[in-house]
Design a protein around this ligand. Structure first.
Ligand code: DX5
Ligand code: ZN
Length: 229
């Protein structure tokens, strides 16, 4: 396995979101949870697509020196195409763009030609029909379980209908696509999401927001395993 291999598609993956970590001590935070996690979820917010601003390529580049995990960059941006190359150069392994911003087919092509693993994301109120046409061209489908923009929100259970629909479609067509959920994932909601068909679990507050992040990540994985089908 190379340093930044995503691992087998469909396998259970814990992806801590650094949004909930102490930005003044990111390198330590990331190292601390390394042994209990699989990917590192990097939330990029542009203050336009979402009403919040977070981090960009320079932070990815710095973090790359401290982690050999797969960097799963979630681009909550109106114009992600302008930055794909910068993220790739900074050390991103995968980039996920929101389907709501449009131009999805060409964004997928651009990301692919840069050698990135490619994801598309859908907000809670975006239908499965909107993402279904792209399933054959992507590696990851991110189904948001909160409206993006902030950590620490409550899991929206209604989205599980969409997760089930996506899992059915992906399995029926034997597609190599991960289903990721993001927002409000903890030891209670992780088994619900995995039971519905998700296999990549993003968690910010439930890991970095806990007094013992490593133990919290372990507990999250165990809770998810209990629901694996
Ligand atoms: C929301 C972000 C999430 C968020 C998850 O806009 O995409 O990744 O950080 O945070 P928790 O796990 O706290 O809901
Ligand atoms: Zn995210």
């Amino acid at each position: 396995m190379t340093l930044t291999d995503a691992g087998p598609t469909g396998a259970l993956r814990i992806a801590p979101s650094i949004l909930a970590a102490d930005f003044g001590a990111l390198a330590n935070s990331v190292r601390e949870i390394d042994s209990e996690t699989d990917w590192l979820h990097v939330d990029v917010m542009d203050g336009h697509f979402v009403p919040n601003v977070s981090i960009g390529p320079p932070v990815v580049e710095s973090l790359r020196r401290y982690s050999s995990r797969f960097f799963d960059c979630h681009l909550m941006m109106t114009d992600p195409g302008r930055y794909l190359e910068a993220f790739k150069k900074a050390g991103a392994d995968g980039c996920t763009v929101h389907v709501e911003v449009g131009g999805t087919a060409s964004l997928i092509n651009d990301a692919r030609s840069l050698g990135l693993r490619v994801g598309i994301a859908a907000n809670p109120d975006t239908s499965f029909e909107r993402v279904a046409p792209f399933l054959g061209d992507i590696d990851l489908l991110l189904l948001m379980t909160v409206f993006p923009g902030f950590g620490g929100q409550s899991f929206m259970g209604d989205v599980m209908t969409k997760v089930t629909e996506a899992r059915r479609e992906i399995d029926a067509n034997q597609l190599d696509v991960d289903i990721e959920v993001d927002g409000g994932i903890d030891v209670v909601t992780a088994p619900v999401a995995v039971g519905a068909g998700a296999n990549v679990l993003v968690a910010g507050s439930a890991i970095f927001g806990r007094p013992a992040p490593l133990e919290a990540a372990h507990a999250l994985r165990e809770s998810a395993r209990s629901a694996q089908r």
